[in-house]
Design a protein around this ligand. Structure first.
Ligand code: ADP
Length: 478
């Protein structure tokens, strides 16, 4: 991770807090402002200033009026060699004491070299100079010995152009500058520590979050796998239960028909109860099997040309016996024309039967259940979740199947929930109506697989309307 403080880039090293690492000089200063600060010193006092970091890399370099005099020294071999040697020493000499050290140049000029420390760690050095001491009025005579070609007069002329500075004055200037630099570096260090601590805490929080995410996603994978196993288990068990149950129902039927000899009335009643309970158990197992297929994503539509009116009539026939028992008035309307649609007949049949079965179940004696199949062109009610498409009129055509009853109704806040698996408005153990709470969940999945929608509207104690809309685009054009 990398962050920046001003124009100063600092890289967060892996495996170590900023407090346990030795910072570099360049990390602690804003280099542009630091250069400006030392430039103003250099200009104010007329002395050059250079700053080197711990590794000898130059961060600041301002020269004063000594350039020409030093240039003359550099123009002669022996003095050039000496000059280079001295500069190397100034750059790398051991600095044992915190106070600046004086270095004398053979040219008569001088340096002060001051260390930069941060909490006892050596970070670099500031080199002040070269400057001309107040007492140096002429170029040293030994220069002639080193460079016989050098013109004494020229050396003197260049020397006197350099503003002299008293030793006491230079000590005061250097001390002042050292203090300012120390303060700048210490505040830089404080800012760096604060920002790094911040980054470190965010990094720690982030990796903590990442770790939690990983754990969560592993837990999720496990859950998904367990869910898959559960669905497989349910599918297998339900399948295995169906076979013997079908035999129970079949043999009960044969007994009732007298195939194994005549039964007394009481015996007939018992066998009829066995058959009835067996049938509702079979229905429950079929629903669970359907739901497990839906959940595991293994159910597929088998579309065939279907006359929906015939399918709806077959559903009506299915619920006729119960409707008769309750003395219900069954009403139906079908469109004319026998239009064929590419639908999964069995799934549509089961969906309509389910809605009709509920209507019959939840409508008291003498009530009415009305089934209506129609071709609908327009905007479906908002409960359907299907918006109106103004750009493609074909998308607003539907095959609409609705089942209206005059039953007990459903409270508003439960209207959406009735489509969730196992949800029942009355789930108490003393509830009046039988059922599993799976029917509508299955209807919704079957209808949505056709690209359609199912929804309900209801008024308590007045009745409910359950509607299925299937896109008209599955109509077969002759
Ligand atoms: P089940 O009927 O087996 O309980 P469903 O999924 O078919 O399961 O229905 C879920 C619940 O929705 C029912 O238990 C009932 O509370 C409510 N419900 C469904 N249809 C109607 C209806 N026509 N009138 C009143 N309540 C209904």
């Amino acid at each position: 991770m990398t962050t920046s403080t001003g124009d100063n880039m600092f890289t967060l090293q892996p495996g170590g807090s900023v407090l346990s690492r030795k910072p570099k000089l360049a990390d602690l200063i804003d280099q542009a402002s630091f250069r400006d600060l030392l430039k103003s010193f250099s200009e104010l006092y007329g002395i050059g200033v250079k700053v080197f970091d711990q590794g000898g890399q130059k961060l600041v370099d301002f020269r004063a009026q000594t350039t020409e005099y030093c240039g003359l020294m550099f123009a002669h071999y022996e003095t050039k060699v000496r000059c280079t040697k001295l500069v190397g020493e100034v750059k790398s000499c051991e600095l044992d004491s915190p106070s600046p050290e004086a270095k004398q140049c053979f040219s008569g000029l001088r340096y002060r070299v001051g260390p930069i420390y941060l909490e006892g760690d050596f970070l670099g050095r500031i080199v002040y100079g070269p400057f001309r001491p107040e007492t140096l009025l002429r170029a040293p005579g030994e220069l002639q010995g080193l460079a016989p070609d050098m013109k004494q007069q020229q050396a003197n002329d260049l020397l006197v152009q350099i503003r002299p500075i008293a030793e006491r004055a230079i000590d005061a200037v250097v001390l002042h500058c050292q203090k300012v630099v120390d303060t700048v570096i210490f505040s830089g260090y404080k800012a760096l520590v604060a920002s790094q601590m911040h980054i470190e805490s965010i990094t720690a929080a982030y990796s903590d979050l990442e770790e939690r995410n990983r754990t969560l996603s592993q837990a999720n994978d496990k859950l998904r796998e367990m869910d898959r196993l559960k669905s497989n288990f349910i599918a297998t068990v339900s399948h295995e239960l169906r076979t013997p149950l079908t035999s129970v129902i079949g043999y009960s039927e044969m007994l009732l028909e007298g195939l194994a000899g005549p039964l007394q009335n009481e015996q007939k009643d018992y066998v009829a109860t066995i058959m009835e309970k067996g049938e509702s158990l079979l229905q429950l197992i079929t629903s669970i099997l359907d739901l497990s297929k839906i959940e595991s994503g293994t159910f597929k539509l088998a579309r065939n040309p279907v006359d929906i009116s015939l399918v709806a009539k077959a559903s009506l026939t299915d619920v006729l016996p119960q409707a008769r028992k309750k003395n219900l008035n069954l009403v139906s309307h079908f469109p004319e024309g026998g239009q064929l649609f590419l639908l999964d007949e069995e799934k549509l049949h089961r969906s309509i039967t389910n809605l009709l079965g509920n209507a019959v179940k939840f409508t008291p004696e003498g009530g009415t259940v009305e089934l209506k199949v129609q071709h609908f062109d327009g905007s479906l009610p908002k409960e359907s979740g299907k918006g109106f498409d103004p750009f493609v009129p074909e998308n607003n055509k539907w095959l609409l199947i609705s089942v209206r009853d005059t039953g007990i109704g459903i409270p508003d806040d439960k209207l959406q929930k009735v489509f969730e698996p196992f949800f029942q408005v009355d789930s108490s153990s003393t509830r009046e109506y039988g059922g599993t709470g799976l029917g509508l969940a299955i209807v919704r999945n079957f209808v949505e697989a056709h690209g359609g929608a199912v929804w309900a509207t209801s008024e308590l104690q007045k009745g409910s309307v359950f509607s299925i809309a299937v896109p008209f685009s599955c109509a077969i054009t002759k």
